[in-house]
Design a protein around this ligand. Structure first.
Ligand code: UDP
Ligand code: MG
Length: 217
């Protein structure tokens, strides 16, 4: 029985029958536009969007035994243990039926990164990094009204601190591997998406025509 992530183990055993999924990590501070741009990328390039934060919030809602712990960590802007997040990501990958994923908002620290690599044996194709000044991110978070318990000024400050101290080192790690594709995320949604498209085109990702399209692409 094959699952996409089982492929990694098989390969280690010497029988690489299944292909590992393609993964692009989408990183950037809170409010840098990861979720918004991922929705655009899904539409144009046929990826499945996996937001680690959304998966964790769904886990809280589902009433799982980890729910309260996750809820408390999110409220404090802390990073949920890797094991929990990675399990949710693996499950979503297996259930998707796709082989191309945007993993948004993960890995958030070096431990997340190393654990994901060890468990899945997946290396990202590249890392999309949304670079945005803190004042702009703060403005967006305070005006987005998504009813999130962590979009208040107190938690926002904590999230910024965690981003600088724990998440930026992950970007730096991938910089040493020349995998980071940095985008100026302080511009409009349309302008940022133009830059995003240029990157996916350079990475040889084919544009997927809209389902309703009558074009003969
Ligand atoms: N979170 C986490 N691990 C992850 C992703 C998210 O612990 O891999 C938690 C963390 O507390 C974070 C919160 O979920 O502050 C919200 O994350 P999300 O990515 O949804 O927020 P964003 O950065 O997009 O505003
Ligand atoms: Mg998000």
């Amino acid at each position: 029985m094959g699952t996409v992530l089982g492929a990694a183990n098989k390969e280690a055993n010497g029988s690489a029958l299944e292909k590992k999924p393609t993964v692009v990590f989408v990183l950037g501070g809170p409010g840098s536009g990861k979720g918004t741009q991922c929705a655009n990328i899904v539409e144009h390039f046929g990826y499945t969007h996996l937001s680690a934060g959304d998966l964790l919030r769904a886990e809280i809602k589902s009433g799982s035994e980890n729910g309260t712990m996750i809820q408390n960590m999110i409220k404090e802007g802390k990073i949920v243990p890797s094991e929990v997040t990675i399990k949710l990501l693996q499950k979503a990958i297996q259930e998707s039926g796709n082989d191309k994923f945007l993993i948004d908002g993960f890995p958030r620290n070096e431990e997340n990164r190393a654990a994901f690599e060890n468990v899945t044996k997946i290396e990202p194709k590249f890392v999309l990094f949304f670079d945005c000044p803190e004042e702009e991110m703060e403005r967006r978070l305070l005006s987005r009204n998504q009813g999130r318990e962590d979009d208040n000024i107190e938690t926002i400050r904590k999230r910024f601190k965690v981003f600088l101290e724990s998440s930026l080192p992950v970007v730096e790690h991938y910089e040493t591997k020349e995998k980071v594709r940095k985008i100026d995320a302080a511009k409009t949604v349309e302008e940022v998406f133009e830059a995003v498209k240029a990157i996916f085109a350079l990475e040889n990702d084919k544009v997927t025509p809209p389902v309703s399209s009558s074009s003969i692409l």
